[in-house]
Ligand binder design. Sequence first.
Ligand SMILES: C[S@@+](CC[C@H](N)C(=O)[O-])C[C@H]1O[C@@H](n2cnc3c(N)ncnc32)[C@H](O)[C@@H]1O
Length: 429
Amino acid sequence: MSGAGAAGQEAVLTIERIGARGDGIARWDGRSVYVPFTAPGDRVRVRLGNAFGEGRAARLVQLLAPGARIAPVCRHFGACGGCALQHLAATAYAEAKESQIAAALSRQGLAAAVIAPLLRLPPGTRRRARFALEHPRTAAATPLVGFHARASHRIVDMEECAVLHPALVALARTLRPLIPRLWHRGGTGAATATLSDTGVDLLLDLAAPPELGALEHLAGFAEAQDLARLAWRAPGMEEPVPAAIRRPPRVVFSGVAVDLPADAFLQASAAAEAALTAEVLAGIGAARRVADLYAGLGTFSFALAIRAAVHAAEGSRETAAALAAAASRAGLQRLTVERRDLEARPLSPEELARFDAVVLDPPRAGAKAQSAALARSVVPRLVAVSCNPATFARDARLLVEGGYRLVRVQPIDQFVWSPHVELVAQFAR
Ligand SMILES: C[S@@+](CC[C@H](N)C(=O)[O-])C[C@H]1O[C@@H](n2cnc3c(N)ncnc32)[C@H](O)[C@@H]1O
């Protein structure tokens, strides 16, 4: 049976590969069927669901014969929406991530031969988490802290997490008793925790501004947990309000301490930051004048400035200011900083002519306007960092049409066990 009548039917299928969302993909009735938590080679009985894009969703009913599987490490795997790929054997895991990049490049007519094997990074190192919080309606239920179940608002109460740094897992436990003090029954919110180099920076998204008693309690909580900073925000407020600043939260890049604005971008772990920086440095070669575009707090700028004159451009006012202040405190005259919206006002080919390498690390939406300007430039070397293979491939095509060669793509497993992949690409002309 095909078409709309298929939903609810059972089928026996063999999983062929893993798709961009981390689902196993099998063929049924000439179309793709997406089955979460399956592995290539699995023989499975599934219940077919609704049409999904060109294919159809399905739910695993029974694993008849295992394919490229290992035992997941976390008790929440399968319920928690944080991880999708813990069950994949090493080769299948690497293939799942590498093939996403290959598929995105091939959709843009670009060769996949330049993709290096996935660089795996250790779990238990992630330094930022946004926990969902809930004060349940019923008196018998205890407060919930964790991540949402996949495609759901339901919170999976977290008892362990193999992805996060242990300091953040320990912090999550301490948030439970705080919830009834800050939220009415039935209320929900969020806590964003960042493990900075001076301690945890915690930002609470509350339903309403806290009463005086709750504020005092927050200050006591910050003291008891030895937080670097605790801030809160309520709906409609743009700027977070600090409840306690015990030490300025700071991150250290290549020996330079940078103040961490609440909500500023940070690479997911120190290990990922080191791997990305090494690839970026290798990519610029012997360049002496480098533009670091979408520079953030200077993850790459400070490393680049050890060997080159660097011009950093960043769109966020607070982030650019923190980067500029750190460069000035460190007396780094060869690092200049500009606040600039690179989508609205990309560096022009004329401005780019003074650099012999450009590094760009845009957000998920990519760097379309800046790539179009680079395509018309004479810069000999580019290093592109991306967390989204689709927008990367779109921008890469612009560069290749402008005469660049895509020399190498290094996939980096920054988002361990999620379907996401980070990459660093080198272009030359
Ligand atoms: C993926 S982060 C990379 C930051 C930095 N390279 C790092 O490794 O930490 C992207 C950065 O681009 C900035 N950004 C986003 N949109 C921008 C735009 N239109 N123009 C300039 N910067 C932008 C963000 O504020 C963020 O700091």
